[in-house]
Design a binder for this molecule. Structure first.
Ligand SMILES: C[C@H](O)[C@H](O)[C@@H](O)C(=O)CO
Ligand SMILES: [Mn+2]
Length: 412
């Protein structure tokens, strides 16, 4: 089937494929740098990821230097239609210096900004509150020791300054997302004290005013992590309240809730209280396992909600998965394209008909529409999107991914 035939098939349902393609081309996905090296980073001081998160696998080709990571990213972006962003963690500094986390400055990240300028992409940023001796207790901003809290507050403040400078240099607001691993393996006796310390630390860290056109603060909640099974200080309720009161973005990570919770359902609920949301699109399997996202029901549900609730213009879409058992570049490409495919499907949905059926309580019609609509030729519209944006698809994509992986497999 040709794109023209597919276009006519969608038109019969009252759907304009050209409008969907045009809108999709404007949605940037923030691709996370940490899929490229298994969350190791480039600090000269520390190594393992820690913090209750874990990349497993030993597939050949892990990026060992900023140059290798940038080469891998460049390849991945060439396989993904459209203009996107890079989500950089502070542990990915690119410098011969060895600053501790409370000493980092913009210059330690400047090569990334120069590269982003050359690539025409935006950057997002994250303080790194794990993989450090001062995070070994799984307590950072909520640590009972004021000296440790101050160390991490200083780190967080510096990342906000760095993010603001990045945003200024690139002319695009840099989202600085705060995730701390803080929690307890066994049942704590004073949750309130820990949460009050986290709140006070965040208040101090976020006190210096920043220009929203340059940087935006986000806070990321979590249910539990390895080693903090009994209590996570920065839980969903904690951060939802905090974000609403303080005017930060709330980051919803799809792996940070109970497996039976529907994260898509949360979007419209939180969007009524928060002007902007950050997503970490991920695929939890039994726990926050950070599998590469599939074009599955969970991702489709997120995309449908983003479009149906008209949230695309106030949601920052970031990815968060890391699988070291497969080609890391293929993981980025497959995951990012799946997010785009999900958005395309949502943009191609016959929303007027669906809403009319729901509003008239004709749930039979709503179900018939959603199920018959699944048979429309989405693949042709996606192939057209890739073609227009000069990006391979199908078998050509597979051979490109294979060839690149073969070229990096020699890395030790
Ligand atoms: C590396 C990231 O900051 C991390 O994955 C965080 O976003 C998270 O989701 C922790 O579980
Ligand atoms: Mn996350």
């Amino acid at each position: 089937m040709s794109y023209q035939t597919a276009k006519a098939a969608f038109a019969e349902w009252g759907v304009d494929t050209e409008a969907a393609l045009a809108r999709l081309a404007t949605v940037p996905i923030s691709m996370h740098c940490w899929q490229g090296d298994d969350v190791v980073g480039f600090e000269k001081q520390t190594g393992s990821s820690g913090g209750g998160i874990q990349a497993t696998g030993n597939h050949p080709g892990r990026a060992r230097t900023p140059e290798e990571l940038r080469a891998d990213l460049q390849f991945a972006y060439a396989m993904i239609p459209g203009r996107h962003r890079l989500n950089l963690h502070a542990m990915y500094m690119d410098t011969e210096e060895t600053p501790d986390r409370d000493e980092i400055e913009y210059r330690h990240f400047e090569p990334w900004v120069d590269w982003a300028k050359a690539q025409g992409i935006g950057l997002d940023f994250n303080p790194t509150f794990f993989a450090h001796a001062k995070a070994d207790d799984n307590l950072t901003l909520s640590h009972p020791d004021a000296g440790i809290r101050d160390f991490w507050i200083e780190h967080g403040k510096r990342t906000r300054d760095i993010a603001a400078r990045i945003g200024l240099e690139l002319g695009s607001a840099c989202v600085n997302n705060i995730w701390v691993p803080d929690g307890y393996k066994d049942i704590p006796v004073d949750r309130m004290a820990a949460r009050a310390r986290l709140e006070a630390s965040l208040d101090t860290m976020l006190a210096p005013a920043q220009e929203p056109a340059q940087m935006l603060d986000a806070v990321e909640s979590k249910l539990f992590g390895i080693g903090v099974e009994a209590c996570t200080v920065g839980s969903h309720e904690f951060y939802m309240g905090y974000a609403i009161r303080k005017g930060t973005l709330l980051c919803l990570d799809m792996g940070h809730f109970h497996p039976t919770e529907n994260i898509a359902d949360k979007l419209s609920a939180v969007a009524l209280s928060l002007p902007q949301i950050l997503l970490h699109v991920s695929r939890p399997m039994r726990w926050d396992s950070d599998h590469v996202i599939l074009l599955n029901d969970d991702i489709l549900a997120m995309a449908y909600e983003l479009v149906s609730a008209d949230l695309l213009h106030r949601t920052f879409i970031g990815l968060d998965f890391f699988d070291a058992t497969i080609s890391r570049t293929a993981a980025w490409v497959i995951g990012t394209r799946n997010m785009q495919k999900a958005l395309l499907r949502a943009l191609l949905a016959p929303w007027d008909r669906l809403r009319a059926a729901e509003d008239s309580l004709d749930f039979t019609a709503r179900l018939t529409l959603t199920e018959e609509f699944r048979d429309l030729p989405f693949g042709e519209v996606w192939a057209e999107f890739c073609k227009r944006l000069d990006t391979p698809s199908g078998l050509t994509l597979i051979s490109e991914l294979d060839a690149y992986q073969a070229s990096v497999a020699v890395r030790a």
